[in-house]
Design a protein around this ligand. Sequence first.
Ligand SMILES: [Zn+2]
Length: 383
Amino acid sequence: MYSANINFKDAFGDFSFKNTTFPYHDFVPRLYNFCRSLDFEPGKILPSRAFCSDENQGYPNLLIAKNFGSFPFNHGMVGGIVDTDRHGPHAEHGKDMVIIHASHVGYDPENGSFGNYHRRHTEHFETTASCGKIDAVLEWYLAQYAFAKENIFLHRHDNELLVSIDNQLLNENMIEGLFLHLDRILEVESQGGFRPWRAYSTSKCYAASSELRQLLGETAWPENGRQPIGEKLLPELFGFKRHISGDAEPHGLLEENLAPPMPWIVSSKFPLLTAAQANTQAEFDRTYRTLLNSRGYIGKRVVFISGLNIDISPHKSQSFPPTTFVPWAAFVQKINGHNTVLEQKDIVNRLLEQNEDNPDEFNLENTIQQRKDTQEISIKFPT
Ligand SMILES: [Zn+2]
């Protein structure tokens, strides 16, 4: 069961999109050069990626392979969750270790909206949600929020500012649902509790609290008639109760990451963008703690970077999306165990300091041609 009533506004505020975006063809060579500046050894660096399973995460993988000379180890689960149980195998497969983690969101450059992606391989170039997994988690919460927005009304009576609330939203015995912070919305009686001004068949009407009047401004109440509260149902005014099944990994983990900031997610302009950002932040924090305790990485150089993959919808003629990375934070461990966390501004600056060209990059086409040109190795199967 989770009841969210913590203010996450400030945490979101520190994730900046201003001068922090790197197209992948620019980001990956800079990341490689950043690793080289930390004495990572060329040819001995094993990259890994913790991305969602979508095909549109493939282009970043190609660029990681090209720049690091190895296809990245798969550290990711659907929804942009890091499989922290794979730290051991990853650590065993290389000398110097890189983990690139990202939650992702689609972007439509035609109308500047986040959350959808044009699937160029579908029959009719269809547009669907991205990230689809996050979209599936949000569906229930968005429906609860939509109901609340339409079933809370603001109205006046003799200059008194009133709020009518559907009885379903007032039922505190519900096991799951959207719960209003009534103490912030309604005037509390001198002896405690809330006394309805009127009780209707399916709703009750109360006097608005001074806090609500201040938060929304008195002009939010229509002069005549009643109006649904709509977008004015601000995240400060409600939370959710929801049973999250921990055994349905990674769905459970993703939902746990998104539950605390959920009021801010459902009421944001682009819920899938806000959710992907929140998941990136939660996963960096969680994974950072597992790295500190991972035996596999002891005595190794490690760079772990988390961010947001923005999947810019491709044109009909483009094979791959021009994916863009927005770093959130990085963890750097030296061979002697000394480690540091770089906050968004610091990691962005460290990447910008690097050269955008990678002298060690692989020519993937040549590499494949060389394989073709080399004499085939005959495999000796047991007889
Ligand atoms: Zn996804």
